[in-house]
Design a protein around this ligand. Structure first.
Ligand SMILES: Nc1ncnc2c1ncn2[C@@H]1O[C@H](COP(=O)(O)OP(=O)(O)OP(=O)(O)O)[C@@H](O)[C@H]1O
Ligand SMILES: [Mg+2]
Length: 248
């Protein structure tokens, strides 16, 4: 479904990524983790077609990615990107409008309900907390029903309870509608909880330093899962792969 073949990239001064290869099967959820600045968002940008790698090839559905394919790919950026002059509801309707989808109001409301914001549809961005904005952005990404979801730290601004509730709801949704997902998180336990595979990028130039298959099927119950020794072993393996963080 998604394939990166020996992708290398330079923004002009040295390599940022070197020989990164990745395969994501249909309906799989793959997390990309690694230190800040190592190239995770850049990988999502390649898959979305926003950015073209200096070397190597990116394929989605077996075809080389040559430009944006917004009707097939939903991309939730790390920043919410909501239009401030539109209400939450109208922001969720945006992608549906661009694709001339019918029944936009009802679809948007369904996804606002899914993120727990059915009552906030009339609010503007300035009236929403950061976590609420992120949830609207998730609803907006899901509403046009893309096959592929790219999500950059989708749950980062949420408090612990909302984060757990929303991420379990997201997994439930993935059972009914098996999106192919590549997502980025800084939370290694969250990466294991929600994914079928976790890919670790090393420091610059980033390469894939490890990939771990997550040994838990789906659906899964997130709270009991996190107390299992196998879960905790995998999280500490990921810490080992990433290494001790150093700020320069
Ligand atoms: N448009 C750009 N021009 C020049 N350099 C860039 C550009 N975009 C990203 N970079 C550089 O590429 C590297 C990877 O950036 P990227 O945003 O992919 O990192 P990241 O892993 O997503 O980081 P974070 O976890 O902090 O979001 C960084 O060193 C960054 O400075
Ligand atoms: Mg990033």
């Amino acid at each position: 479904m998604i394939e990166l073949r020996q992708v290398s990239h330079s923004f002009g001064s040295g390599w940022v990524l070197r020989d990164v290869s990745l395969q994501v099967g249909s309906g799989q959820i793959v997390a990309v983790v690694g230190a800040s600045g190592c190239g995770k968002s850049t990988v999502l940008n390649f898959i979305s077609g926003l950015l073209h790698p200096t070397e190597g090839e990116v394929r989605v559905h077996g075809r080389p990615v040559t430009g944006l394919q917004p009707h097939k790919i939903g991309y939730m950026f790390a920043r919410d990107g909501l239009l401030p002059w539109r209400t939450a509801q109208a922001n969720v309707e945006l992608g549906l409008e661009l694709q001339h989808k019918p029944d936009r109001r009802r679809t948007a409301l369904r996804f606002l309900e899914m993120v727990g914001l059915a009552d906030a549809g009339g609010k503007h961005r300035s009236e929403l907390s950061q976590g609420m904005r992120q949830r609207v952005a998730l609803a907006r990404t899901l509403a046009p029903d893309p096959d592929v979801l790219l999500m950059d730290e989708p749950f980062a601004a949420l408090d612990a309870q909302t984060r757990l509730a929303l991420s379990s709801r997201f997994l439930t949704l993935c059972q009914a509608r098996p999106y192919t997902v590549v997502w980025v998180t800084h939370d290694l336990a969250e990466a294991v909880s929600l994914s079928d595979e976790v890919v670790v990028l090393g420091d610059q130039p980033a390469r894939v330093v490890a990939r771990h298959r997550v040994p838990f099927g789906r659906p899964r119950d997130l709270v009991p899962l996190s107390t299992q020794p196998e879960f905790q072993r995998l999280v500490s393996r990921l810490w080992d792969d990433i290494g001790t963080p150093v700020l320069s």
